[in-house]
Design a protein around this ligand. Structure first.
Ligand SMILES: NC(=O)c1ccc[n+]([C@@H]2O[C@H](COP(=O)([O-])OP(=O)(O)OC[C@H]3O[C@@H](n4cnc5c(N)ncnc54)[C@H](OP(=O)(O)O)[C@@H]3O)[C@@H](O)[C@H]2O)c1
Length: 276
């Protein structure tokens, strides 16, 4: 019978999920996950879902008290969680975070790059250069630099999974959110650019693009009823999503169930369709 000949590491990255693991609730037993912006909203939902699936989870965000609160909250659910503060836009803090995750749990198998900022709401032409720089530094460059930091450690483990948090705004730029939307489109391209480089090294890179999710980050788009209706109509979705609904997509992409999925960004957006 003809079989395609694949490099060994590619077999590892695309290796068929063991039948026994299909649908098991502990699909990430023995794995270590690093989740940025893991203290609130989607990030804490992701940390919880990965932890419930058996992973040890290392979380971070800028504020120490947020990290402490989220760690306690997740440990209270019986999950193995630790964390440190880290502003992902600062190189030395990213390095400290990765080292702290290694010191705490001994490995990194999964990276969920989830942190983002949106300091500008208004016409694109009113966003100045420092705004564009800040958005790209935190939303795009930091994600690429984090990938560089974790890849050698994933290779030591024989492979890994990386998930970059994009947005529906990356597929259909949202009114008033030009720098943010463009940065999220860049993450779609970053997934596509990294995947062919990292798949032969045993690492699957994918993205998740949430629609409008009920979190503090997006409150300006859903708290006021008229604004909310306009945003939902613009996106083409019926309702707001939940952090848990996004977390389940991340869990799938991080797990062996997604062994044959690489270089994709999954829209988790209540039926919204890409328009770019
Ligand atoms: N909510 C939505 O509708 C929606 C839709 C599409 C995509 N997304 C994406 O989902 C991700 C999470 O958003 P969310 O809605 O869950 O936000 P959220 O609930 O407001 O949480 C934001 C998190 O980011 C942390 N954070 C902010 N700036 C950071 C930085 N520079 N470095 C590290 N951590 C930072 C915050 O903690 P500290 O304050 O302690 O730093 C907090 O944990 C973002 O990438 C966002 O673009 C959200």
């Amino acid at each position: 019978m003809w079989r395609p000949s694949l490099p060994v590491s590619l077999r590892a990255a695309l290796g068929a999920a063991p039948l026994s693991s299909a649908g098991t609730p502990r699909a990430l037993e023995g794995k270590v996950a690093l989740v940025t912006a893991g203290t609130d909203g989607i990030g804490v939902g992701v940390a919880e879902a990965l932890g419930v699936a058996g992973a040890r989870v290392f979380i971070s965000s800028r504020r120490a008290q947020n990290v402490q609160r989220a760690v306690e909250q997740l440990r209270g659910r019986g999950l193995q969680v630790s964390g440190v503060p880290c502003h992902v836009g600062r190189a030395e803090e990213r390095e400290r975070m990765v080292q702290a995750a290694l010191d705490t749990f001994g490995a990194i198998d999964i990276l969920v790059s989830n942190a983002a900022v949106n300091p500008h709401f208004g016409p694109a032409l009113e966003a100045d250069e420092s705004t564009w720089d800040k958005v790209f530094q935190v939303n795009v460059t930091a994600a690429a630099m984090l990938v560089r930091l974790v890849v050698p450690h994933m290779e030591k483990r024989g492979g890994g999974a990386i998930i970059l948090m994009s947005s529906i705004a990356g597929y259909q730029p949202m009114t008033g959110l030009a720098p943010y939307s463009v940065s999220k489109a860049a993450l779609l391209a970053l997934v596509a650019a990294l995947s062919p480089e990292l798949l032969p090294r045993g690492i699957r890179v994918n993205g998740v693009a949430p629609g409008l999710i009920r979190t503090r980050f997006s409150a300006a788009l859903w708290q006021d009823e008229a604004v909310r209706e306009r945003a939902l109509k613009e996106l083409g979705v019926e309702r707001l999503g939940t952090p848990q609904e996004v977390a389940q997509a991340v869990l799938f992409l991080a797990s062996p169930q997604a062994a044959y999925v690489a270089g994709q960004t999954l829209l988790v957006a209540g039926g919204a369709r890409p328009r770019l």
